[in-house]
Design a protein around this ligand. Structure first.
Ligand SMILES: [Zn+2]
Length: 314
């Protein structure tokens, strides 16, 4: 019995000694070790070298004074977006973006860049940052939605709001913003509060231009694209939080609706989307580039009854 007690005592002393050695190591690891050491998991996000974004090529006229449209095909890579099977949102949005680019380049006069021209993943803030770094005049993010109700249909134009205009807008914004989270961990690193301040400070004019453009799309699309709402909607889309580039989000239709899905998958449907959007873009820039109205001289005095002294009749 004494032998057992003795051994227990020895074991206790050894354990205390071990604890004295291990505890400082754990504390040091917690505070000084490389990120992730001692944690349950670590998220690694590859960033381009030098902190620079890989900027896409700008196509169209070489004249840098021509307006630049940045077209953003939503989702991509490991983020398929809505839809399923052959009709995944990331493929639909890329096809629409390419159709719009082709139409704009064929019409001429406007420079064009795509945030992605392949099946590639981009963080939401990266997309807006590309537009900002290229000093774009307009940013169009293209998406397609999906709903549990197969009867939900139609395209919708969105501009940014921090509140969200209705339940459906809030649902769609939450669904689109989810692309930047993994198990609820935000990858963008930009808090809503910071975004809100930035947006509030510098987006007023951009917001007005975005609204004007969205109204033009609705006008040009009348009879050619079926819109869910005949008015512009607004919701808190991260991808639209670019401080100084007028930005709109074009939900082109519901992939869960057979009619919309067929339209978006067909070359004719894509062409209608491209034609309507391109025409709205042309009108938008024509209005902006038009010279300011010249003040007209006062009405000339009414012709008097005195005969023309030159006799020429001029
Ligand atoms: Zn989407």
């Amino acid at each position: 019995m004494r032998l057992v007690a003795h051994r227990l005592l020895l074991l206790l002393v050894a354990l205390c000694g071990l604890a004295l050695v291990v505890a400082p190591l754990m504390v040091a690891d917690r505070y000084f070790a490389a990120p992730g050491a001692g944690r349950d998991y670590v998220l690694r996000i590859p960033l381009p070298a030098g902190g620079q974004l890989g900027l896409p090529p700008v196509e169209g006229p070489l004249d840098a004074s021509r307006p630049l449209v940045v077209i953003d095909a939503g989702h991509g890579g490991h983020d398929p977006g809505a839809g399923a099977g052959a009709l995944q949102e990331k493929a639909v949005t890329l096809a629409l973006a390419e159709a719009l680019r082709a139409r704009l380049l064929a019409d001429g006069g406007v420079r064009v860049a795509l945030t992605r021209d392949a099946d590639r993943f981009l963080l939401l803030p990266e997309r807006a940052a590309i537009a900002r770094e290229l000093k774009a005049d307009l940013f169009i993010s293209i998406h397609a939605d999906s709903a549990t109700n197969p009867e939900a249909w139609g395209a919708t134009l969105y501009t940014l709001s921090n509140r969200g205009s209705n339940e459906e807008a809030v649902r769609i914004a939450a669904s689109e913003n989810r692309a930047d989270t993994v198990n609820g961990v935000a990858l963008s690193g930009q808090s809503d509060a910071v975004s809100a301040i930035l947006v509030d400070l510098s987006q007023r004019e951009s917001a007005a231009r975005a609204e004007e453009f969205a109204r033009l799309v609705l006008r040009e699309g009348a009879g050619k694209i079926d819109f869910r709402e005949r008015s512009i909607q607004s919701a808190a889309f991260i991808v639209l939080k670019s401080a100084d580039v007028p930005s709109v989000l074009f939900e082109a239709g519901y992939l869960s609706n057979p009619g919309d899905a067929a339209r978006l998958a067909s070359p004719e449907g894509r062409e209608a989307f491209a034609e309507v959007t391109a025409r709205a873009i042309r009108v938008h820039f024509a209005r902006r580039l038009a010279p300011p109205p010249v003040a007209l001289p006062a009405e000339p005095p009414a012709p008097s009854a005195t005969p023309d002294p030159t006799g020429t009749g001029d």
